[in-house]
Design a protein around this ligand. Structure first.
Ligand code: KIV
Length: 271
């Protein structure tokens, strides 16, 4: 028996993610429940309990209808299922935009009730004051710029950002302001590659891309998309698993066996 004491597992910290700027790419994935989070925890440094759960798990058309209570519920599950990754919980639409103090009240609730290590909120320059207010009061913030799904009604849908070069200064300003306000990292979603590269080069905090090319300091995907559970994944997703097909096959096999009275069999019966 080894006399060496096993080193306790400890969580990745916010300063550790912040320090990854320009270094080894940050691996991030979403997760909404304990079982998948436990698997992701062995491979990713950041797990985001994204408000995409409204669309992925609850069949909503957009993320706009996601309530704070739902984020708290899924955040708790993910924290319970993990030991290593930094868990970041999304602030849903309507829970932080009104004022910095409303944002603090709701972010503090998310942190207290879930045990997560940070929150994420959407918006660039317009959220600077709020990001500063939160970080100065002990709430680490991951920002989110580019395509911000909670504003899909204003943006006219889920549209790639930065196709028109005239818009680039505004996106670069978003990145500058959130970093200066104290965000420790920034998700850059759905922007053209040269803009993602400019933002990453100019921004002093790590950029975590989704549909924003390999120019970013890290990558994030929605777990269900990369596992093959979304029949129509966005173009920027690479599908690493075929879980949708596997589930279909398994459910069809079960249904066939129940109908044929082949399940339960000898091994599944209490004698
Ligand atoms: O809600 C979410 O899952 C996200 C990621 C797509 C970055 O914000």
């Amino acid at each position: 028996m080894s006399t060496e004491t096993a080193r306790p597992v400890r969580r990745v910290t916010v300063p550790e993610i912040r320090a990854r700027k320009g270094g080894e790419p940050i691996v991030a994935l979403t997760s909404y429940h304990a079982h998948t989070a436990a698997i992701v925890d062995r491979h990713a440094e950041v797990i985001l309990v994204g408000d995409s759960l409204g669309m992925v798990m609850h069949g909503m058309e957009t993320t706009v209808g996601v309530p704070l209570d739902l984020m708290v519920m899924h955040g708790k599950a993910v924290v319970r299922g993990t030991r290593r990754a930094l868990v970041v919980v999304d602030m849903p639409f309507g829970s932080y935009e009104e004022s910095p103090s409303v944002a603090f009240r709701n972010a503090a609730r998310v942190m207290k009730e879930t045990g997560c290590g940070a929150v994420k909120l959407e918006g660039g320059a317009r959220m600077g004051e709020t990001i500063r207010f939160l970080t100065e009061r002990g709430v680490p913030v991951m920002a989110h710029i580019g395509l911000t799904p909670q504003s899909s009604h204003v943006l006219g849908g889920f549209r790639t950002q930065g196709r028109d070069e005239a818009t680039w200064p505004a996106h670069l300003e978003d990145a500058r302001v959130v970093a200066e306000a104290g965000a420790f990292a920034v998700v850059v979603e759905g922007v053209v590659e040269p803009l993602a590269a400019r933002i990453t080069a100019a921004c002093p905090i790590p950029t975590i891309g989704i549909g924003a090319s390999a120019a970013c300091d890290g990558q994030i995907l929605v777990l269900e998309d990369m596992l093959g559970l979304n029949p129509r994944p966005p173009r920027f997703v690479r599908v690493y698993g075929r879980l949708g097909d596997m589930i279909e096959e398994a459910v069809a096999a079960y249904a066939g066996e129940v109908r044929a009275r082949a399940f339960p069999g000898e091994d599944q019966v209490y004698r």
